[in-house]
Design a protein around this ligand. Sequence first.
Ligand code: ATP
Ligand code: MG
Length: 340
Amino acid sequence: MTERKRILTGIRPTGALHLGHYAGALENWVRLQHDYETYFLIADYQVSDYADDIKRVRDAVWEVALDWLSVGLDPEGSSFVIESLVPEHTELATWLGWFLPVAMLERNPTLKAEMAAMEEPEEGQERKPVPVAFYTYPVMQVSNILLPRAHLVPVGEDQLPHIELTRETARRFNHRFKEVFPEPEALVGRVARLVGTDGNAKMSKSRGNTIDLKDDAATVSRKVKRMYAGPPRELDEPGNVQDNPIFLYLDAFDPDTDAVAGLKDDYGKSGVPNKVLKDRLTQVLNDRLDPFRERRAYYEARMPLVRESLEAGTNRMRIIARETMEMARDALDLNYLGKY
Ligand code: ATP
Ligand code: MG
């Protein structure tokens, strides 16, 4: 049998996962998990913006693992990894930092936007100084991807600059030393960036504009009722489909595409009350989430199984991590003690 190619991807343990994670990333992970050797990382080194709330991070490690199990990731066929329990991540990141010009971080649009949001927050949000570890988190991500020598990285659109950085680093390293790292490809999900329930461009844990994978039916219904649905309209007033993000959600999650096309048509011609759209969306989302809720309940009643999946996956990553570090040290010719 030929060796399977590898996937590395991950999520920060900052809270419960939401529909954006699902449509942007998790759905691909579930689909590809058996075709590749897969490593799913809980990236706890990369939450320095939550340094004042370690309890949240600790709880979120379990939240994320439960969410992964609930969407159908298989903890035996794939590996769930806790980043900081594989210290080779920091070791490799330190070496790789030698070959990454600071200018490449300064140019990184995702990092720039995230740092700006911390330093000059929107009204009502707290200003946070940017920790050193936040500034260098893309380097850690490069290390995350290169450590298992991954070929494919399924992620949401905002991660693309980090993957470009990874490709550049792999190219530089391989060219200067030895061919150690495959140049990984990015794979963006069906919905590159799902909007938030408030109409903001990105549904995000940090903004509190999410519908979570673990939300119960009543919570989904309540959140959908409060969703932004475009500029105010009379009940029977025609509207612009593009102005109403409810349609983005129907496009993303409603399996009956003909019915959605019909609704769009009516909406533009004779107007469709937002309540009709929202009731439909509530139903569609609850149908999607029901199987997740069932699996989640199964694992919530068996938390030692969740712990085992984290432990086993982390141990599998440690083996490949040591192997890669040997290759990298050999390529860098760092065997100091072998001299005498
Ligand atoms: P935070 O706001 O704490 O950064 P996040 O919601 O951005 O959280 P991450 O852990 O940073 O979550 O991202 C995990 C993965 O999910 C990444 O691949 C990211 O691109 C993807 N993702 C997150 N939010 C969305 C979204 N709204 N639409 C599509 N993909 C998303
Ligand atoms: Mg993020």
